[in-house]
Unconditional design. Structure first.
Length: 292
């Protein structure tokens, strides 16, 4: 009799408990804004000594210089170019500030230097004087400006435009409008609806219940579907935003016949470039399509 009564009481309490849980979780929901994907470390110092003193830097092989890009609104941003003597293969690296960062820029340049590749990395604009982040449209235009000016400055190099995470949206957009030598897509977010669907249900419910309209407008399938140049997709099996299934789906969408995909099983999303398998895939890609 008592056990039957307790079961009945629990059955009566279950709807209330579920409603309470739903109310608590619903109270934690928020809209995913671009600010959640931007880092507050927006300007790294361009002290060249940190690169020249790195254990990979060899003055007999490497030269590093600062460079600037002037945007259409007059803002001048700084960056750097690492030259490997005798190389005509250059990586234009879109990564780091203001996007979420993993590796230091010195580590990144060292990996490209190991592969014998020149690399150009330009700092992006960060918070303005009012403490506001630039719009996604502004970042997209900035990426166009960077590509245009780097291409003009190095017209004879085989230029590999390398995107990471959010910056892949700008790289893919450039690729849809320019006749580019090659692109590398690292840790791609295809679109934010798909990315959030990869999250555990409790994260989707509590943290990512809505997506800002600005982020919903981004879709890499549209911009890369017509790209016909060489493309290398680099992915980590452990990336919660970009699963192997999504990378395979994107690979199948790209119309280019010069496409390859490398999924690294041991890598965390932020250290793909530090993995031997990643470097091997990159080297094969450059040997196949780049300059000897």
């Amino acid at each position: 009799m008592n056990s039957t009564f307790h079961i009945f009481q629990k059955m009566r309490l279950f709807p209330f408990s579920f409603l309470l849980l739903f109310t608590v979780l619903a109270g934690c929901t928020s809209t995913l804004q671009k600010e959640a994907l931007l880092a507050y470390k927006v300007r790294e110092p361009l002290n060249l000594e940190q690169y020249q003193q790195a254990n990979w830097f060899q003055p007999s092989k490497h030269t590093i210089k600062t460079m600037t890009v002037t945007h259409d609104d007059g803002l001048v941003v700084k960056g750097l170019r690492l030259s490997v003597h005798g190389s005509e293969n250059t990586v234009l690296y879109f990564g780091g500030a203001p996007y979420q960062e993993g590796l230091s820029k010195a580590d990144i340049l060292g990996q490209f230097a190991f592969l014998g590749l020149n690399v150009i990395a330009i700092n992006n604009r960060g918070l303005d004087s009012h403490g506001e982040w630039p719009s996604l449209q502004r970042l997209k235009v900035d990426a166009d400006n960077v590509y245009d000016q780097v291409r003009q400055a190095h017209p004879h190099d085989f230029l590999i435009v390398h995107g990471t995470a959010m910056s892949n949206f700008w790289v893919s957009d450039i690729a849809s409008r320019y006749d580019m030598n090659a692109i590398v897509v690292e840790g791609v977010i295809t679109n934010f609806e798909e990315a959030i669907e990869q999250q555990p249900w409790w994260n989707r419910w509590k943290k990512y219940n809505n997506i800002a309209d600005e982020l919903q407008s981004l879709d890499i399938y549209q911009s890369l579907s017509g790209y016909e140049g060489p493309v290398l997709l680099l992915a980590s099996e452990n990336d919660p935003w970009s699963t192997p299934g999504l990378n395979q789906k994107l690979h199948g969408t790209i119309s280019s016949l010069k496409k390859s995909i490398e999924t690294i099983s041991t890598a965390e999303p932020t250290d793909l470039l530090m993995q031997d398998d990643t470097l091997a895939a990159y080297m094969m890609f450059v040997k196949k399509y780049g300059y000897e």
